[in-house]
Every structure is written in C-alpha cells, then in structure tokens.
Design a protein around this ligand. Structure first.
Ligand SMILES: Nc1nc2[nH]cnc2c(=O)[nH]1
Length: 434
C-alpha cells in the first residue's frame, strides 16, 4: 500500500492520510443532509437521495483515490444541485426523472471528452497566473459558503449581504470554532482544523446547541432504500432529446467541466503535486470525476464533482490517493451512522471552510499584479466566483478579459489558441444562458 500510493516519496504516512481523509469527510459531511433536503423539493424521495449522495460520493472518491491517486474527494456539487432543483425542475417544469437523465447524458459526454484528451489539453492551456487566480477565487467561494452556512453573513434586502446576528448562540458557536481552529493552526498544530471541529461539536453539545446522540438508535440506523431514485435516469433517457434539455445538458457539462478543472488545479497545487504548471495524471482524475457523475445520476443525485473542501484534508497533510480512499470509506460508513452525522452541524464545518479560504488565497501572491493585462482577468476570475456563487461563471468572466487585455498590450503571441476558443465559447455561454 505504501508503495502503491508512494507515501514515502510524497513525505506522508498512513496515520496522516487517515486524519486527512477524515478531515475532508467531516468538511463535506453537510452535503449528506443539504443535498436530500434540496433535491426533495423536486419531489425526489429524501431518504433515497441521502443514500444516493453517500454512494455517489464514496464511489467517485474511491476511484479518484485508486486510479488518479489524488487526495481529492467528490460529492454532488452545491452549485449544480441548486441549478437542478430551482432552475431545471421548478423553473422549467421538467420532471426530476428527465433532469436526472440529463445529468447522466452530461456525464457520458464528459467521459467521451476526457477519453479524447480534450479536457486535459484545455486545462494545460490555461496560463499559470489564471490557474492561480482560479485557486484563490475558489478559496473565497468556499469561505463564503462557510460564512453563509454559519449565518455569520446573511441576506440583506438593500445591500444583498450584511453581517449576521453575531449574538445568536449558533453564530457564536461557529465564531468560537473559528477562533479555536485559528489558534491551533497558529501554534502549528497540523490537524488544527480537524481538532477545531471536534472541540466545536463538543462545545455545541455542552451548551445545548447540538443534540448529543442518545442511545444506539441515535448512532446507528439501517441504510435507506435507493429504490425510489435508482435507475430513473436510465429509464427516462429517451426524454432528453428536446431543445430545452440540450441547453440544460450543456449547462451541466460546462459548469462541471470548469469547476472540476479549477478545483483539481487548486487542490493539486495546495498538495504540491503540480509538475511544471501541469496536472500529472490529469486524464485519470478527469475520468474519475466524469464517471462519478454517471454513477451519481444512476443512483439518484445531481452532478457529482471534485470538492474544494478536499483542501481541508490537504491542509492537515493529506498528499496521496490514500486520503481519498479513507474519505470514501467514511462516506460508506455514513450510510449506517446517519443519525450521528447530525452532530456535524454547519457551525462545526464553517470554521474549516473559512480557514481553507485563508489557505487558498495565498496563491494571490504569485500573480503579477503590476501587469495590468494579467491583473484584470485574474481579478475578475477571483472576485466573480463568490459574487455569482459559481466557480464556472468566475472563470468564464475572467477568461473573456484575458485575450482582450493581452492583445491590447501587444502580447497576442503568448495566448494559447485554446484560450481564444474559450473566449468564444464563454461569450456564447452567456448569450444562451440568458
Ligand atoms: N468545487 C466545488 N466544491 C464544492 N463544494 C460544495 N459544492 C461544491 C461545488 O459545486 N464545487
């Protein structure tokens, strides 16, 4: 096992990979509750979606760990589950079974794109400064998710966003967790984020903000049935051949493509596994991601994708695919211990998400801000991710500016032809999206 995962070469060990796998799992565990909650608004069975979420995450993450050997975990994405629920099913009135068939189609197209090597070529054509910007933007995005989940920031009718009610006990618990985790990390404790989560959960139980598990039934439960959602995507595959579904499928494809590319680069840079600004084994990592979407659609969930939360595991030392194998194992275990996961509330995970933001924005220091032609696309890439609540939209806006500023500054020769292609595709994306 040590040899297969090259633990010695990567300067890691089984214990550290285990803590990393558990940390990533805990940072992502909220999806086990958020996803069924959201998708059930379409009429899907919440218990089946819970099981589908855990199974899709476990299989996708296991393949990523074993085949691509990346410390990257996967689960149904928060951007695309919202698009699936609120735009496709509730907005367009498309039945969830057909929408799920659309997810399946996008996953299959992805596999074809990956096998043809197109995805890998696109990722490698992105200039290093924009790759850094993507990583930093994802950092802001994930910190924003954390701040929002913990209600440290909240919606405001006049300014869109404002500070939340920081005197509310649950918000105070999240802030307590944040301060504890920051102090542990400042002292150099590698698993500071993980210990911070445990301390926050225990404090939450002591102060009555988190329900402690009671008795055996509060800890273990049977695996919910997948029957209501399993295979519906396949059964309804014949319904995707409409113009409306074509737009839906292309959106699934587009968002997943760039979200995954940005996330893989961000996590790989953080883990120090990028070589010459390129992703080693990129094809395998992309294939793992694409097949996870297919598995997810078949069992009953919207697009499964590489999670930015994987950086929490990397930040406690996770470097190899073994981290992912452990994370996958926890997702499988979660199927049996679903009541226990109630302890991992958003107040417990929020500090981790916010601190990961701190760690990820460090990429900003390597962007040449004194070069206006780079500063502009990098700035929009970073800023628009949290503001539009979409990694893919941030990338699209930033990448539209890149050839414009580079050409005007007389640096046209340095632009990779693929970046021109993306310029056109992103403009078309915005035209047809609206
Ligand atoms: N990269 C990524 N990470 C996430 N974490 C939660 N949701 C998402 C998502 O949609 N994309």
């Amino acid at each position: 096992m040590k040899k297969y995962f090259q633990l010695d070469e990567l300067g890691t060990n089984i214990r550290r990979e285990f803590v990393a796998g558990l940390t990533t799992f805990l940072a992502m565990a909220y999806i086990l509750f958020v996803n069924p909650n959201m998708l059930s608004e379409t009429g899907m069975d919440a218990d089946a979606v819970f099981a589908a979420t855990a199974i899709a995450a476990a299989i996708g993450t296991l393949v990523m760990g074993l085949v691509a050997k990346y410390p990257v975990a996967l689960a149904p994405g928060m951007g695309l589950n919202a698009f699936f629920t609120y735009t496709v099913v509730i907005g367009f009135g498309i039945p969830w079974e057909t929408a799920l068939a659309g997810v399946l189609a996008s996953g299959l197209i992805f596999i074809i794109l990956t096998l043809s090597g197109i995805r890998e070529k696109v990722i490698n054509a992105i200039p290093s400064s924009l790759k850094l910007a993507v990583g930093a933007g994802i950092g802001l995005f994930i910190a924003f998710i954390g701040l929002q989940n913990a209600n440290i920031v909240q919606a405001d009718p006049s300014t869109l966003l404002a500070l939340g009610d920081i005197t509310s006990p649950t918000v105070m618990l999240a802030i307590f967790g944040l301060v504890v985790s920051v102090i542990l990390l400042a002292y150099g404790v590698k698993a500071g984020i993980f210990y911070g989560m445990i301390i926050t959960a225990v404090a939450g139980m002591i102060f009555g903000l988190i329900q402690p598990p009671s008795g055996l039934s509060g800890v273990v439960s049977s695996v919910p049935s997948l029957a209501p959602t399993f295979g519906q995507a396949v059964l309804h595959f014949g319904e995707i051949f409409t113009l409306e579904m074509l737009v839906v499928i292309l959106t699934f494809l587009f968002v997943d493509f760039f979200d995954t590319a940005g996330t893989l680069v961000a996590v790989a840079s953080k883990a120090g596994i990028m070589k010459d600004n390129k992703l080693p084994r990129a094809g395998k990592a992309l294939f793992s991601d694409a097949s996870a979407t297919v598995v997810g659609a078949v069992v009953g969930t919207s697009t499964t994708t590489a999670y930015v939360e994987s950086t929490t595991g990397v930040s406690v030392g996770g470097r190899s695919g073994l981290t992912s194998v452990f994370t996958a194992g926890f997702f499988l275990l979660a199927l049996f211990f679903s009541p226990l996961l109630g302890v991992v509330t958003s107040e417990v995970t929020a500090p981790a998400l916010i601190i990961v933001g701190v760690l990820m924005v460090s990429a900003l220091k390597d962007i040449p801000w004194d070069k206006f032609e780079i500063a502009v696309p990098a700035f929009f890439t970073v800023l628009m991710m949290p503001l539009t609540y979409s990694i893919a939209t941030g990338i699209a806006i930033g990448f539209i500016f890149y050839p414009i500023t580079m050409l005007v500054k007389g640096r046209g020769k340095e632009i990779h032809p693929i970046m021109y292609g993306l310029f056109v595709i992103f403009i078309l994306y915005f035209i047809f999206l609206n």
